[in-house]
Design a protein around this ligand. Sequence first.
Ligand code: NAD
Ligand code: WQD
Length: 338
Amino acid sequence: MKKVLVTGGAGYIGSHTVVELARSGFEPIIVDDLRNSHERVFKGLEHILGRKVEVHRVDCTDPAAMGRVFAQVKDLSGVVHFAAYKAVGESVAEPLKYYRNNVGSLLVLLELMAEYEVKHIVFSSSCTVYGQPEELPVSEEAPDRRASSPYGSTKMCCEQLLRDAHVADPSLAVVLLRYFNPIGAHPSARIGELPIGVPNNLVPFITQTASGIRRSLTVFGNDHDTHDGSCVRDFIHVVDLAEAHVKALTWCESREVPTCEVFNLGTGRGHSVLEVVRTFEEVTGRELPYTIGPRRAGDVASVYADPGKAERVLGWKAKLDLGTALRDAWAWERTLRE
Ligand code: NAD
Ligand code: WQD
């Protein structure tokens, strides 16, 4: 079995990707120090996969500790790099922390990959690099905007670092995956998103409101330039997203001439925040208390993907709809409260 190092593999998207990698015949090896995840994910993974996954509780920015992981694991065929901080607001207040972790961890990885001759890397980027695109749906050819947050800047910086590393060593194959808005949870309800404190993102806030932990959702603005005034996003089921990583890694490994390629991972459909609220109520049968508040600073009105390149090149397409993702997110929330 091909061994794949999954940094941040205990996190939200990483844990779902670990499941899909294992199911596709890879041997995922997790590196995560649980700074933004929880022990319980390992029980969930074991339940879903019927076996334990190898875990190294290591800080990815620590070159010596990461060096020991590479020396111990041996014969890695590739790396999927999720480990990063992701809170946009926090990154404005603490940019250095974001650069140190998000860029620092990638530097450590790339140096070790060069030393150990590991030639495939799949990287978690974000639609945040597009800002508010001029044309929708947004394709990979759209110009990167000056990122609206230090978090976004770290993603642009990492993408550039990977492009430069590929130029310097053309045998290094790189896939940059720009996720739109990942939501939902594994259909088993054994793994899912575990936000620490008050959630920043819409769907965990909705599920926590529905379960009574939060009093009411505030919809940030109904005066945006969209069909109902609330923001429009491309919400993608985390299991669809996880499957794309397997396709990306397989494609990367099959290339005769290694390249550095970027792909959008979205559904191609935009849904407004108010549509998400309505769909949540429909699929769960629960009423969701909400009020309309002012716009949130930094929000773009509308962004959704042109996912055509991922379909043409990787043979990947999102299959699960918004209702399924919200139902799965709700099932996960209920498991957490049991
Ligand atoms: P997450 O916080 O749930 O997972 C990240 C994991 O990395 C956590 O388990 C955390 O403990 C670990 N980690 C972070 N820094 C580490 C370090 N230095 N050493 C060891 N472990 C470390 O986040 P997620 O939502 O799963 O996001 C995964 C990746 O996808 C991130 O790079 C994020 O920027 C990117 N991304 C996320 C979204 C989203 O909305 N969730 C959207 C676009 C891109
Ligand atoms: C979605 C919509 C809010 C909470 C973020 C990052 C992006 C990427 C994905 C990492 C927005 C509205 C939210 C609430 C609301 N992450 N909302 N009330 O901002 O689209 O994207 O996650 O790369 O970089 O910025 O996601 O879930 O925060 O918000 O009305 O309580 O829901 O205004 O329109 P966002 P989100």
